[in-house]
Design a protein around this ligand. Structure first.
Ligand SMILES: NC(=O)c1ccc[n+]([C@@H]2O[C@H](COP(=O)([O-])OP(=O)(O)OC[C@H]3O[C@@H](n4cnc5c(N)ncnc54)[C@H](OP(=O)(O)O)[C@@H]3O)[C@@H](O)[C@H]2O)c1
Length: 302
């Protein structure tokens, strides 16, 4: 199948592209800047254009059967007014422009797999959340709500729409593990705040398998929690990462007030969490290869 992808140059997008072409698909990656030293790769073509702006790139979109929307500026920064604008626009405008590109007629059985995040639910302590749980009202929750609403508009044009609510993606080449590893490798890993906050995560290879599953399973639509069935508390994650790396995690916890001081509003993402159940995937028979954090971390860094 022909796949159009935004964010295909990123942490998740690169791995996904690699695996879908191995499965015989062709991918067009929309990127804001094609690198000068870019080496062409069979099955992948790069298209230059800014997804947050309307442009020539939109003409290419309806020629694909699967649209994967992964673009979004990093949230790992201090959220001042400008940063919040960039976080919002890089997701909502991108999605609006993609959907507009689909309005002129699409191929039969076109599917839009847009991204969202478990931040959609806001913070709920120990309460278990599934796809039917209501949205939160903090900044990230409001961005993900707008992001999903923009994607759902494509249903008007006969497109099957899925919004993948990612947990924290654990992978070999970057993402959250990339941020955590340097400290843990020095034996300086420790819990954050009281360490009781839930951490809903997904192994990158299970995420890739979820994409292939969703592409094939035509009766699924709407929001999909993309998280492992067994979320873990921050303390459990700290111990599991230390164990996988064979490094001590005896350092005292980083106090919550310090995280808030350094990270500002973004600190709440680290100090509070969500306990997510991937109900729709489990009901649909999706088989996770990595349900437990120890197994996932052992595979990734052990
Ligand atoms: N990784 C996680 O743990 C996680 C968790 C929850 C949700 N998500 C969401 O999943 C998506 C993919 O995650 P990722 O970790 O692969 O992200 P990533 O590595 O940061 O890559 C995202 C891509 O977005 C594009 N981008 C960056 N800034 C942009 C901007 N200002 N305007 C338009 N496009 C921009 C870039 O593509 P070009 O430079 O090629 O244009 C980049 O390759 C993101 O939307 C993220 O919010 C990720």
């Amino acid at each position: 199948m022909k796949i159009f992808m935004t964010g295909g140059t990123g942490f998740v997008g690169k791995t996904l592209t690699h695996y879908v072409i191995e499965h015989g698909h062709q991918v067009t990656v929309l990127t804001r800047k094609i690198p000068v030293n870019h080496t062409p790769f069979q099955g992948v073509s790069l298209l230059e254009g800014s997804p947050t702006k309307r442009g020539e790139w939109q003409r290419s979109v309806p020629q694909h059967q699967i649209i994967v929307n992964l673009a979004g500026a990093s949230i790992f920064r201090k959220w001042d007014k400008r940063a919040k604008e960039i976080i919002r626009e890089s997701r909502v405008l991108t999605t609006t422009n993609l959907v507009e590109a689909l309005s002129d007629g699409v191929e039969k059985e076109t599917t839009l797999i847009s991204t969202s995040a478990v931040g959609y639910y806001g913070f709920h302590g120990d309460e278990e959340l599934d796809e039917d749980s209501p949205p939160g009202d903090d900044f990230l929750a409001s961005v993900t709500r707008e992001w999903e609403s923009a994607a759902i508009q494509a249903e008007e044009f006969g497109v099957r729409v899925l919004t993948c609510r990612f947990g924290i993606v654990l992978g070999k080449n970057g993402g959250a593990l990339g941020e955590m590893m340097p400290l843990f490798q020095k034996g300086l890993g420790s819990p954050i705040g009281n360490g009781k906050q839930w951490f809903s995560w997904i192994h990158e290879m299970d995420l890739i398998r979820i994409y292939l599953f969703l592409m094939a399973k035509k009766d699924l639509s709407g929001p999909i929690n993309c998280t492992a069935p067994e979320p873990v508390r921050n303390k459990g994650l700290t111990q599991a990462l230390g164990k996988a790396l064979r490094k001590p995690t005896f350092m005292p916890a980083v106090p919550g007030f310090m995280i808030k001081l350094i990270k500002g509003e973004f600190g709440s993402v680290l100090l509070e969490g969500q306990k997510i159940r991937p109900r729709k995937l489990l009901d649909a028979g999706f088989q996770f290869h990595f349900s437990r954090i120890h197994e996932a971390l052992h595979d990734l860094v052990g």
